[in-house]
Design a protein around this ligand. Structure first.
Ligand SMILES: [Zn+2]
Length: 176
């Protein structure tokens, strides 16, 4: 028996092929073992990232009236949001038209600090990973289903609900 023998050559080729398949198989198993479960399922970190094609927004830093940096001592609670301004002089303008102030923030790529605590769909506590961006604010939900199936198609409606819900908690003090 020598290496020149065709039978030996065929046998060697067979053994090599088998060894290759075994190594490949082990490689695939190890690969499966190493890849973390989240990456394999392609699950949810998407929630904290912006939608494809949508610019990333940041929490408010700019006064919507003056364009100056905000002073956190001065804010208006409107539409379920805490809308900060640069100083006392801008409070009245935001009070008068909080929607316009929020739209200005949206144009700046910013969103207001939300006072929302419950999902407008289910009434359950919000999970801040699941939100829909809407005109200078984030509408938070409790889960991806509420976000995708309910709030995403009708953000204006749910923005109103959030505003109404927050208004119950942050009602202006009754004037005697
Ligand atoms: Zn939900």
């Amino acid at each position: 028996m020598t290496l020149q023998d065709p039978k030996v050559k065929a046998l060697l080729a067979g053994v090599l092929a088998l060894a290759f398949l075994v190594i490949l198989g082990v490689g695939v198993s190890i690969g499966r073992f190493i890849v973390p479960p989240a990456a394999r399922q392609g699950a949810e970190p998407a929630a904290t990232q912006s939608e494809p094609g949508q610019p990333r927004t940041m929490l408010q830093t700019t006064c919507p009236i003056t364009g100056l940096p905000i002073d956190r001592r001065f804010f208006v609670v409107g539409k379920g949001q805490r809308i900060y301004v640069a100083g006392r002089d801008q409070l009245a303008a935001v009070q008068q038209d909080p929607e316009a102030a929020l739209r200005k923030l949206a144009a700046l790529g910013q969103y207001a600090e939300s006072l929302q605590t419950v999902c407008p769909v289910s009434g359950a506590p919000i999970n801040r990973a699941y939100y829909v961006e809407y005109e200078g604010r984030r509408i938070y939900t409790c889960c991806p289903a509420c976000r995708d199936n309910r709030v995403k198609p009708e953000p204006a409606k749910y923005a109103q609900q959030v505003a109404a819900e927050v208004a119950k908690t942050f009602a202006p003090a009754a004037t005697p």
